[in-house]
Design a protein around this ligand. Sequence first.
Ligand code: NI
Length: 198
Amino acid sequence: MAIRKIAQLGEPVLRQRAAEVPLTELGTPWFKQLVGDLIETMRDADGAGLAAPQIFESIRVVAIEVRANPRYPAVETIELMVLVNPRLTPLLRDPAAPARDETMDVYEGCLSVAGLRGRVTRPRKILVEAMDPEGNELRSVWEGFRAVVVQHECDHLDGKLFVDRADTSTLTFLREFERFVPASERVVDYGSGDEKNG
Ligand code: NI
């Protein structure tokens, strides 16, 4: 395993559509090494997730993991998951016009956009279909913070970054984020039940 360099905003690999992983690659030494490197690089950088294109591998693999973090006491723990060829389907009553209580506002950051945060609105509930690195099918409904994290990571596979989706008037450097964005505004789940009029 190795800690890899993380591509930064402007690197062409971050803007490419990543290739599907052929089933024949699962279990090969090359693929196992890549998955191991992805996890190790994510952990080393304290990321909530990392997508393969961010380590210069333009294939459809993402890793997600959130461990208890004193800086984000409100954020739930997410066990380590590696998704291969993931497909996401937002679960919305009207996909063309999501209702407020079907969305979340999260100040997102990205290891490829160092030092910047910005508020992004996303569907709060999604169907996740993928394989794990051993080829087992995964199909489950995720909601809340983990649904936002997986959407951010899967965007990377289509060459999209959170800055493309952020309300640009909310973009902030990390120092100013810590200073001026109240903890109560950093993750707002309008569908959680305690924001009924949000
Ligand atoms: Ni990212």
